[in-house]
Design a protein around this ligand. Sequence first.
Ligand code: ADP
Ligand code: ZN
Ligand code: ZN
Length: 739
Amino acid sequence: MYANIIIDISHEKVDKTFQYRIPEKLEGQIRAGTQVEIPFGAGNRLRRGYVVGLTDRAEFDTARIKSISGVVPGSVTAESRLIRLAWWMKERYGSTMNQALKTVLPVKQKVRQKQVRSVCRLMTAQETREAAEEAGRRHHRARERLLLALSDAPRLPYEVVTNQMHLSPASLKLMAEKGLIALESETVFRGPHMDGGLRSEERLRLNEEQQKIVTDFTDRYDRGIRETSLIYGVTGSGKTEVYMEIISHVLKNNRQVIVLIPEIALTYQTVMRFFRRFGDQVSIINSRMSAGERYDQFDRAKRGDVRIIIGPRSALFTPFSDLGLIIIDEEHENAYKSEISPRYHARETAQYLAEMTGASVVLGSATPSLEAYSRALEGRYRLFCLSRRARADSRMASVQVIDLREELKEGNKSIFSRKLQQAMAGRLEAGQQTMLFINRRGYAGFVSCRSCGEAIRCPHCDVSLTLHFGQKLVCHYCGYETGMPSLCPSCGSPYIAGFGTGTQKIEELTKKMFPSARVLRMDMDTTSKKGSHEEILTTFADGQADILIGTQMIVKGHDFPNVTLVGILAADLSLYTPDFRCGERTFQLLTQAAGRAGRDHLAGEVMIQTYQPEHYSIRCAAAQDYPSFYRQEMIYRELLCYPPVCQMMAVLASCGSEDTLNEAMDDLARWTGQAPGCETVQTIGPAQAPIYKVNDIYRKILYLKDENYDILIKLKNCLEDSSRQALWHGHVMVQYDFA
Ligand code: ADP
Ligand code: ZN
Ligand code: ZN
């Protein structure tokens, strides 16, 4: 047996491995992640390295391969665990070891870290609060926000203030010059951790349901039980308070905590709650940080300066020495599944990591994934429930479903039903806020011909072009742009026009209907700039707009106390996507969107406009009835044998030549039928991918299903082996993706 070993685990160097022989006496002791001593270089000086993989094939002349000298005793470092995790990810999701290592190991910077920078208050909490009020009176919103935050937590990391709270370095400098704040940087740490700004008597008293979860968790944790729990709690039921209580218990046991939050919900309000409670023991990472900034955070975690890390899925790879708990908030979110190889899911990866480190996992959601909820019902997860809103003065919003077919029958051709129009007018009069939600960006913002019915399509992709500002046609898949033609490219008719209801269109119509209303729009176009996402949300939260129009993005995370009306314009759009999860996605989106209304003492109203009022995803979302949705959706999954009833692997092949692609797909399907030990596998396809052509590349999909995940893995390895011998190898890209 031979081992591949890396000596330098900095990001760029992980593909530089050296092969060594495993001497007989060490066999069985060595696996991925083991730290070993090896003779290195011409002088054979002993060096330490990490094993990243085992093989029985020697890569070069066996006579010249040196042997491993020994295993470094008692050296299970954070790195060796991460390397072991990478090995698992490679096996489970099908990637190369390199890709997996690059995913889990932090990027080491050549230039050493700058310093830990922070923003501190100079005055007492009371004085800081007064300064915030003063800033508010002068409409210095950003300044007000920061001072308010500092009145709760006397010190905030510089990155949080700039990334999450959206203050520019220039305005921070100005505030420092005025003596409102101090900017500090230090390389030496401050010693004992500052406790959060809140004393325990100021903390919220947990309600009975919340307390029950905390007691149960801490009790079992103290008895050494490590497991996965799912908290199914309606929107606003106080899940975050529960997380914080549990975290505080785990910290008391001197262990560390990873909290995953979908990036889009990682708002400064959420972040501030953690800072108020845990002070500078908390650190945040987000994808907008530079590799160096992220490395610094990981480094601080490794040294023990930070004990809670909050971030998107990549925060899982924080090298804590003694991880005790992983929390995954909004567990059902798409963002927890990686889109690039290794296409790992954070939920499963967290569970494997927790097993390795002896940690517990807590999942939370108002709309749990079918995977998580079914496991909880089977008893594989502990299931907890928060059935009511936590704030005594906050009730669930009242929800109405409006049938758009009826509207049309009555002669209303507008995209706004009459009820929604009235409600919006009422909110404007009352000085309350409205959110309008549309399922997808520019979904139907295409241009088509009224004579021949053809939509104008991208010449490189299999999608229609989207109209922007009435003059430019854009492809959202490849970026192709062209002017709006005056004649139909298919039949030459002059009667072509933009149709449908993209976010821009809704903005335009809203402004026409309510000329005096202040309208904000949030979608991919308005948020492409760094920080613009936060800026729009804070502008709205600060009450500087009456109506916020947006896509999925506006649904998550934010608490807007003054929003009392949520209009969902085309609730069924997401039911038409070619994905077996579309019913689940629709239910999640509608439920989360409805949860935005009436978060405070003002009563909330939600209007769901749809052409399919009888669909169970829509009916159950309107009734805010997850269990009932779960039952009906599971029947569908069982009938068609989709996950979580079955395991599913998609084989996606793409190629510039259609003929070669067809040949490859036929081969893959045939090999599947012949693979030994894989007779139980069901095949669907091959079929064209939902979007057949993107950027002049054709794409086809083969779906493979089996009850047993291991059989799918075996089949994948088999297909990979056969592909290597094929004539088309190197011309067709084949990707494997587990649903
Ligand atoms: P979730 O994470 O489930 O959406 P949050 O933890 O954000 O819910 O709580 C929603 C609101 O209820 C917050 O404003 C929070 O401060 C408040 N809240 C939570 N728990 C309690 C409690 N026990 N008593 C009073 N208010 C609470
Ligand atoms: Zn035409
Ligand atoms: Zn295109």
